[in-house]
Design a binder for this molecule. Structure first.
Ligand SMILES: *[C@@H]1O[C@H](CO)[C@@H](O)[C@H](O)[C@H]1NC(C)=O
Ligand SMILES: *[C@@H]1O[C@H](CO)[C@@H](O)[C@H](O)[C@H]1NC(C)=O
Ligand SMILES: *[C@@H]1O[C@H](CO)[C@@H](O)[C@H](O)[C@H]1NC(C)=O
Length: 626
């Protein structure tokens, strides 16, 4: 047993050596220190391979370096330390020293104490490294999947600068920026998933299978819609020539040592061998090629998830028979798949696996793939938890802005930044209307459209309802008040955007309209007999001595005795009499005319029957016959 183990280690060492010659790229994002002035600037940090980096977004926070437990290996409750930020304050980024325990444990402990992100300061001066989840079985603690805060490794020198600024009493604020972590050149995202059909490697394998199952739906929607082009990949190693005939290489490799995988349970004496894993991986790669040729590449997701469920190693079903059953049930051409796999015992190259080995080596910005599983989005390696929401966020940030498919704008991907302080956006609390919109790119302050009414404004300090229906919503953002049976509104129900205080009020029309005291302003009710009383939105005017107030003329009428009122009253009488006389005379003229006309008519008719001697009467001038 001991000897066997040694063999494995030797082989593993050799396999790793093959890769070590390549280039592993540390995925970085920007960290912008905004204060204090002395360390202001943009720095690089390495994204941890766990937690949820806010791909496509940013996170602003204030840095805290705890007085004790600076390596965050013990719970902060033991030290009575909490990083929960108070309402209205920036979230807390905890600065933690590297060492003594796993990066993941530090993140988990800080998250439980209320941190929004962790910055791990490297303990020695070196280029940035990628913080990963622990490999060992015993460390596969429950908490790994529960880490949601992003984590970043910073250099020792930046860590030292931050510490000295903090000890000098400065407040250190910074912004973590993932907006450029994934390139986003166009409306299609190309992504690769480097996986493995092995299901017996503990937590990492379980995570990978869970991810395939959970992500399948989204992946298929994206692929069918032409939004993405997905390619699965499989890592294999080759056996160094001197060892091709060794027992180890024979059990781990196919095609005479050309393509190898480590033993699934790291024990050559039991269970499945590495070569079984290579063949199943090859089968998955071939299934992809065959379905891709038919124009339905998304069937690969059905195949691999079905395979994980129906052909597990535990049940000893990790076989060709089991795999072929699934291939047939999905209507995939089995002959083509078999042809693609070829003969694993033959001393020949396999074109598919050869191509896979070649693409393992990093090209451009991607770097070598060494961590399994690895997701590559737009030729950048994804870092963070392999979980549907986190991955979708990264993929969505790979679309050119405003070309994201609908799936990217669903609630699942929201950042919840609107919950805190309304994201700094405009809101109308009373009407429950907000300009804060949660998207995977972080929050946007955009005036909303509510019940068909469009709000316009900058989204930060003001938004106002516009359009014909705008008074229906929150009174168009204008002032409105009811007192008793009276309601007044400053909203004008037409296309105008401005609020205008109604007649009888003055003010900005938005926050307030004040009643105008018409009596004090002496604009109405100025007649000597009038008594003015201001009311809300109007006034009352009454006249002394039983006179009647005429509102439209702002005057009192009745049998008055004095002053202008009487004068105007007499004038009115003269006017009425005048009109009467004019009317009467008009009538008289009318009557006379009718009569003359009638006379003329009758005469005319009669003239047809008898000769008339006299001249018509109407030529003899007017005569009054009333
Ligand atoms: C992690 O989350 C799961 C589900 O929310 C929960 O059941 C489990 O107890 C959590 N684990 C820890 C260590 O908090
Ligand atoms: C899958 O099909 C697409 C479109 O036909 C093609 O561009 C791509 O190269 C194919 N991928 C593989 C791995 O064959
Ligand atoms: C405000 O609106 C949101 C969604 O429209 C709703 O979930 C919430 O309960 C509302 N809040 C209040 C106080 O009405």
């Amino acid at each position: 047993m001991g000897k066997e183990k040694l063999g494995i280690f030797t082989l593993s060492f050799l396999l790793i050596l093959n890769l070590a010659l390549g280039r592993f790229v540390v995925e970085k994002n920007n960290l912008k220190v905004t204060s204090p002035e002395s360390i202001k600037g943009v720095y690089e940090c390495a994204i941890g391979n766990f937690g949820v980096p806010q791909y496509g977004g940013t996170l602003v926070g204030t840095v805290v370096y705890p007085k004790s437990n600076q390596k965050a290996c013990k719970s902060y409750t033991d030290f009575d330390i909490s990083f929960k930020s108070k309402p209205g304050r920036l979230p807390t980024f905890v600065l933690i020293d590297r060492g003594d325990c796993y990066f993941t444990l530090k993140a988990w402990i800080a998250q439980q104490a209320g941190a929004a992100a962790i910055l791990v300061a490297d303990s020695k001066a070196e280029p940035l490294i990628t913080m990963d989840t622990p490999e060992e079985e015993k460390s596969d603690a429950d908490y790994l999947q529960n880490i949601t805060i992003p984590s970043a490794l910073i250099t020792k020198s930046l860590g030292d600068s931050i510490k000295s600024a903090l000890s000098g009493g400065d407040m250190v604020n910074m912004k973590l920026d993932w907006t450029e972590s994934v390139p986003h050149p166009d409306e299609r995202v190309e992504y690769e998933l480097w996986t493995n059909s092995n299901d017996e490697c503990g937590k990492k394998c379980d995570t990978q299978i869970d991810f395939l199952k959970n992500f399948k739906g989204a992946a298929q929607i994206l692929e069918k819609g032409g939004h993405t082009q997905f390619t699965p990949h499989y890592i294999t190693w080759y056996c160094p020539e001197a060892f091709t005939l060794s027992k180890q290489c024979k059990s781990q490799c196919i095609n005479h040592g050309r393509y190898c995988a480590p033993d699934p349970e790291q024990d050559f004496t039991k269970g499945y061998d590495g070569k079984d894993v290579v063949v199943q991986n090859l089968r998955q790669a071939c299934v992809y090629r065959v379905v891709n040729e038919t124009g339905k590449p998304w069937i690969w997701w059905d195949y691999v998830t079905d395979f994980a469920i129906r052909c597990p190693m535990k049940e000893k079903k990790y076989t060709k028979e089991c795999a072929d059953g699934i291939i047939k049930s999905l209507g995939i051409d089995l002959k083509k798949v078999d042809k693609c796999i070829g003969d694993p015992e033959a001393d020949v190259e396999n074109p598919v696996l050869k191509a896979e080995q070649e693409s393992q080596i990093g090209k451009g910005s991607r770097g070598d793939v060494t961590i399994l599983p690895t997701l590559v989005v737009n030729n950048r390696q994804y870092r963070g938890k392999l979980e549907k929401g986190a991955v979708l966020k990264a993929m969505c940030s790979g679309f050119q802005e405003s070309t994201e498919p609908a799936i990217c704008l669903t609630e699942e991907l929201e950042t919840n930044e609107c919950l805190e302080n309304n994201g700094g956006c405009w809101q109308d609390k009373a009407a429950n209307i907000t300009a804060c919109r949660d998207t995977f790119r972080g929050r946007l302050c955009e005036c909303p459209t509510v019940q068909g009414v469009k709000f316009v404004g900058d989204g930060y300090t003001h938004c106002k309802a516009s359009g014909a229906l705008h008074c229906g919503i929150n009174n168009g953002g204008c002032w409105r008040e009811t007192r008793g049976v009276f309601t007044y509104s400053a909203c004008v129900d037409d296309h105008s955007k401005d609020c205008k205080c109604p007649h009888g009020f003055k003010g900005d029309g938005v926050k307030n309209c004040e009643d105008v005291d018409e009596c004090k302003e002496k604009t109405v009710c100025q007649c000597p007999d009038c008594k003015c009383k201001n009311t809300w939105g109007s006034y009352e005017c009454s006249c002394n001595n039983g006179l009647l107030y005429m509102r439209e003329h702002d005057t009192c009428i009745g049998s008055g005795k004095v002053g202008t009122t009487k004068l105007s009253w007499s004038f009115l009488w003269i006017l009425i009499i005048g009109i009467g006389v004019a009317g009467l005379s008009g009538y008289a003229v009318y009557k006379y005319r009718i009569r003359s006309y009638m006379d003329a008519e009758i005469r005319g008719i009669m003239a047809q029957y008898m000769p008339l001697e006299s001249q018509p009467l109407n030529t003899s001038g007017p005569h009054m016959d009333i």
